[in-house]
Design a protein around this ligand. Sequence first.
Ligand SMILES: NC(=O)c1ccc[n+]([C@@H]2O[C@H](COP(=O)([O-])OP(=O)(O)OC[C@H]3O[C@@H](n4cnc5c(N)ncnc54)[C@H](O)[C@@H]3O)[C@@H](O)[C@H]2O)c1
Length: 343
Amino acid sequence: MKVLVTGGCGFLGSHVCEYYIQQGCQVVSYDNMTKHELNRTGFAVDYARDYNWNYLKSIGVEMVKADIRDLEVLLDHSKGCDYIIHTAAQPAMTISWEDPHLDITTNVVGTFNVLECARRHKVPIASCATIHVYGNKINETLKETDKRYVRKPQGISEAHPTLEGILTPLHASKFAGDIYVRTYIDTYKIEAVSFRLTGIYGTRQFGGEDHGWVANFSIRAMTDRPITIFGTGRQVRDIVYATDVCRAFDAFYRTRKSGVYNIGGGTKTAISLLDCIDLLSDIIGKRPEVIFAPDRHGDLRYFVCNIKKAKDNLNWSPEIMPKEGIQRLVNWIDENIEIFKAG
Ligand SMILES: NC(=O)c1ccc[n+]([C@@H]2O[C@H](COP(=O)([O-])OP(=O)(O)OC[C@H]3O[C@@H](n4cnc5c(N)ncnc54)[C@H](O)[C@@H]3O)[C@@H](O)[C@H]2O)c1
């Protein structure tokens, strides 16, 4: 089996590549190596860009440095593949409002091109959307306790209204990708899923303030840098470990039940930013300095997935709980601590 992973050198994409190499597949990473938010993390900037590339090459992944916005090149490299997993994206809300052109071309034109490859080559495709497609009107339905926002019912399903609340270019571009997946399923009968992903975390995540908050907190805590929390810290996500998302991609390949799915840890992994600081402090044995700042335009204060549809149709459920997942992330940062310290 040959798998093409767009954005293979990104955080999630690198886990997908590793997962399929471990299954004995031929794997191609297709990535233009332009992770824009890396320029703003303040740590490991140059090193991070090459880290996943070098790692994937060492485990036998075929590397292609190219752009998903270039349809002809993408068509060429996806020929002969059995499965396309589309993780390449402009994933940060902050960058979406600073550079809406980059956002729309990457997330809308890019996703369209990947779908075209799936249609023309007749291969199944899994694409990454986000829980931001539901919008942040959810913020108006919350109560709060000392440590977290709470909501009833806790889990939010795929039937929840979309794009309600204040919109940013990221909302528009990621939702457009999600709609295009559904359009290609209906019109061209391709086998496809759009996974509306919650906060993902894991090793090889060079998280910063723009994207990848669990890794950002962990790296900062372990290198004695202060952590900035935008808002009260009571924001909640049902964080999901990267390899659990890889298992969801594989579950679709095996079941072929097309459609949109919420993919997250569900109520068992729901954690607030403040809870995460507590858990991190326990794991690393020291309490990081925390600075509070106003919340940001478009921020979503709560999301916990109802994952029943993925359980029923794909026979998938997450396995890794936050304590174990954050410990794995912390171990990886510890093994690479010099590069994070160096900046
Ligand atoms: N990480 C999360 O918490 C999270 C949450 C919800 C949804 N998602 C979605 O999951 C997917 C993967 O996210 P991630 O965290 O791994 O992001 P990432 O930024 O780590 O990886 C994205 C990769 O895509 C590549 N890329 C960007 N533009 C490209 C282009 N034009 N052509 C080719 N490659 C390009 C980048 O170089 C990068 O390696 C994205 O669609 C994102 O929106 C992620």
